[in-house]
Each structure stands twice: as structure tokens, then as C-alpha cells.
Design a protein around this ligand. Structure first.
Ligand code: P5A
Length: 446
């Protein structure tokens, strides 16, 4: 993409209304535009990142056995009356009346709707286990929408729902989602840790939040310092191997604890010596729940056991804040110049900077490299504006592309370009061919 043809409305000024760094950077980098309180339009650069995050979530959900569907955003109030949540949910629910005076709502979550679908088609132990998920917009009329997309009113969520014959098998489904979350967040360059949590309006008695550790997090937490280095990458996972899945969950859930609000003390799932407890702050990017028969009973989702008995199906629901993750990743990965995207979610793989736009030789070299990078399968943002070098670098640094290739008359004399790594500023002089092959190698398999 040529920058002169793109739509990248970067701001020079720091917007006054933005309180946290990710919100400031998203506005400055032209990623989103507020439409009204807590409601945002996704501009091209932001939308690209959102789509990449969605794609990773899709892949990891399906790898774990979840099946994609798409349910509507607008739901009928009657379903929610059956579960009893229409009244319970309170003012956070956006209630709508249609022209026939029927009560509708903009879904804040989909437990009722998916349970209705399940009960319509499934009636036997042979129909389970099943896990259905979608990535769909939600609306919650938050009292204080703030921090940009981190706490929006309209936001994009991945929500999965599992159906099992009994509690033991439902916990396996729950554990599968926990492991898939570790993989999902790991692929985005995040360290997200599961922590025992309250179940709130979703219900049930077993829940974990996934928190990414960042200074601006809303939740204060304690972490077992010994386990901070626990790493998940490069592990072969067999989602059907119940023992392996359980073992991974046990390993991870022991390490983190929330602050006890009343005593300001750590409550770990397992004993952790005081000297190993360090405090940190966390941003909730996922939340998983086991709630048994809370929705299946009132909505009549019954299945026959092998013995012919009819029982209510055991369920859980599993959320990821897809749009929140865009802000969360920035919170976890930025410097004073701007965003630093992990390669897995970056809006463009590489930025190409022409230091002397209008100079025939430099332009020709840039055009040639632009073509080669694209031919190697890379997504390139070519800054072909007639601007000073400083301004071009500042834009690249602000929008956070992991790699930059710079071409100018001086380098061209010796046949080189500069390849710069955004994270450290480390620069290498390489031939254009080397730049292409190094970048292609870096992005292979991502
Ligand atoms: C789980 C899936 C649920 O709603 N029902 C379906 C369950 N859980 S949750 O914790 O309430 O939300 C799941 C994740 O959505 C993100 N999230 C938000 N993101 C942006 N703005 C908001 N106002 C907002 N509210 C929730 C969080 O990441 C949360 O973990």
C-alpha cells in the first residue's frame, strides 16, 4: 500500500481526552474514531489489527475443537425472561422496542440464545460434547465507558459455549478453552495469566479471568515470581488428551492470585511463600465460566443419557475481548515514540521509507523493492510522501510496524538499504535482496 493512497489520519497533537497510553496512541495513529461515548469506528489501520487478532482467535478456537457460528446482535427479550436475566441484568442492557411493541435487546452476551439453538436440535448424549462460538459485537451500557476500546459500550467479543453430558466432561471442555487461551494470547506476544475470578452476571461457581500484566491494568494482582517465566510456546498440545490438558491448567492456575479486596493480601489457589509474591496490575482480556445447568434447565436443554435418563446439559461460556485486545497489546508493547506491534498482529509487515522522494534513482530503487517485498508475500506500507525523513520515521515509529526498510541516495551508492527493527532501533545495512529474504524468513509461518 502506498501511503499517499491510503487513509491514515495520524494526529500530531496528543488528544487531551485520552487517559491511558493505548488510547492516546490509537487516536494518534489514526486507528479509531469515537462515534459517541464508548462507541468507535475502526479506521483502516485499526481495522487491520482487529482482523488479525480475530484470525488468531478463530484459528485457536477451531484448533481446540470449537465450531464457528454467527448469532445476531439483536435478541428477543422473551428468551432472557425465561432464564430470569432480563430483570437481573439491569441498566447495562440496552433495551429496544420494535414497531410492534415487542421488547428486544442488543445482546451483551449470548448464553440464552445459544442454549435455545442447542435445545432445538440436540437431545442425546451422542450430540455432546459440542462447543459453538462466534465473534460478534456486544453492547453493554457501561456506567463509565473509558480508556477507548478497552472499556467500550459497543465492543467485539469472541464467545464460545460448551455443552456436555456431566460436570466432569464439562470441566474438560473448560480446560480445553483455558489451554487454547494460553496459546491464543501467546501468539499475540502477550503473557496472559489465568486467575480465579468471580462469575458475576454470567453465573456459576467456577471461573477464571485472563489478565495481561501491564502497569495501567485495572486490577491489582499478586504473582508468584518463580512462575513468572512460565512459557507456553512451542508445546505440542493434544486437545483430546485429558490428562495433558489438566496438567497444563494445574501448572498455570497455581501461579497467580488476585488481591483480596478487604485484606489487601494474596489469595492463591495453591500456597505461595510470601517472599515469592510480587504485585502487578492486570488487564482482563478473557474470562471463562463453568455454570453447569444454569441456562439449560430454564431453557429446557435436556439430553438423554446412555441409560435413557433425561438430564439438563452442563455448560460453560468462554469470552475473549477481541477489540479490547487491540488496546491491551499496545499497553503491553509501546515506547515513547509509539506502538511496537508484535509481528503476529501488525497491520503491515514492513514499512518502506523513501528518503528522497522525487529523486529518479531513489524512486526507482524503492519501486523495485516495493514490488519484491510484495512478491515475497509481505504486506508493505510504502511511505511515498514528499516529506522530510524525520517526519517519515516519526510516522513509522508511531504506527509501530515491526520492521522498516529505508532507501536513500547515500546507501544506493554502495547498493544498500537500511533494515531497522522497531523494538530496539537496531539497524543493519543490507542489500535489498537480503532485506527481502530476511523479512520473508521472519514472517514465515506466522
Ligand atoms: C463469556 C462469553 C462473558 O460475557 N459470556 C460469553 C461470558 N464474559 S465477560 O467477562 O463479561 O466478557 C468477556 C470479555 O469481554 C471483554 N469485555 C469488554 N471489552 C471491551 N469493553 C467492554 N465494556 C467489555 N466488557 C467485557 C473482556 O475482555 C472480557 O473478559
Amino acid at each position: 500500500m502506498r501511503l499517499t493512497r491510503y487513509f491514515l489520519p495520524v494526529l500530531k497533537e496528543t488528544p487531551a481526552e485520552a487517559q491511558i497510553v493505548s488510547h492516546r496512541l490509537m487516536l494518534r495513529a489514526g486507528m479509531v474514531r469515537q462515534a459517541s461515548a464508548g462507541i468507535y469506528s475502526w479506521l483502516p489501520l485499526g481495522y487491520k489489527v482487529l482482523r488479525r487478532i480475530e484470525e488468531i482467535v478463530h484459528q485457536e478456537q477451531q484448533r481446540a475443537g470449537a465450531i464457528p457460528v454467527l448469532m445476531p446482535t439483536i435478541q428477543s427479550a422473551d428468551l432472557w425472561r425465561q432464564s430470569g436475566r432480563y430483570d437481573d441484568y439491569g441498566p447495562e442492557m440496552l433495551r429496544i422496542t420494535d414497531r410492534h411493541d415487542r421488547d428486544m435487546l442488543y445482546g451483551p452476551t449470548n448464553e440464552e440464545q445459544i442454549t435455545e439453538i442447542f435445545q432445538a436440535y440436540c437431545s442425546s448424549y451422542r450430540d455432546v460434547p459440542k462447543n459453538l462460538y462466534h465473534i460478534q459485537w456486544k453492547f453493554r451500557d457501561e456506567v463509565r465507558p473509558r480508556f477507548g476500546v478497552m472499556r467500550g459500550r459497543e465492543f467485539l467479543m469472541k464467545d464460545a459455549y460448551s455443552f456436555d453430558l456431566d460436570k466432569a466432561s464439562a470441566i474438560h471442555s473448560y480446560n480445553q478453552m483455558m489451554v487454547s487461551y494460553l496459546r491464543t494470547f501467546g501468539r499475540m506476544g502477550l503473557k496472559a495469566v489465568p486467575m480465579r475470578a468471580e462469575s458475576g452476571p454470567i453465573g456459576g461457581d467456577y471461573a477464571h479471568e485472563f489478565l495481561i500484566l501491564a502497569e495501567t491494568g485495572e486490577t491489582q494482582v499478586f504473582v508468584d515470581s518463580e512462575l513468572l517465566d512460565l512459557n507456553f510456546q512451542d508445546r505440542e498440545i493434544d486437545y483430546h488428551d485429558q490428562a495433558q490438558i489438566q496438567a497444563i491448567c494445574d501448572e498455570w492456575t497455581g501461579a497467580y492470585a488476585r488481591t483480596d479486596d478487604t485484606h489487601d493480601q494474596a489469595v492463591f489457589e495453591v500456597e505461595v511463600p510470601k517472599e515469592r509474591q510480587v504485585t502487578a496490575r492486570g488487564i482482563e482480556v478473557g474470562h471463562i465460566f463453568y455454570f453447569g445447568t444454569k441456562y439449560s434447565e430454564p431453557l429446557g436443554a435436556m439430553i438423554a443419557t446412555p441409560e435413557g435418563e433425561r438430564v439438563a446439559v452442563h455448560s460453560g461460556s468462554y469470552g475473549i475481548g477481541v477489540s479490547r485486545l487491540v488496546g491491551g497489546i499496545i499497553e503491553a508493547s509501546h515506547d515513547d515514540k509509539g506502538i511496537i506491534w508484535p509481528e503476529s498482529v501488525t497491520p503491515f509487515d514492513v514499512g518502506l521509507v523513501n528518503l528522497k522522494q522525487g529523486d529518479a534513482e531513489t524512486d526507482a530503487a524503492c519501486e523495485a523493492l516495493y514490488g519484491q517485498l510484495k512478491a515475497a508475500g509481505l504486506d508493505v506500507l510504502y511511505d511515498d510522501r514528499d516529506e522530510r525523513a524525520g517526519a517519515k520515521f516519526a510516522t513509522m515509529e508511531l504506527i509501530g510496524l515491526p520492521w522498516r526498510v529505508t532507501i536513500g541516495p547515500r546507501g544506493l551508492q554502495s547498493g544498500t538499504a537500511e533494515l531497522t527493527w522497531r523494538r530496539t532501533g537496531e539497524t543493519h545495512e543490507v542489500s535489498p535482496e537480503d532485506a527481502v529474504s530476511r523479512l520473508a524468513e521472519t514472517y514465515r509461518g506466522l
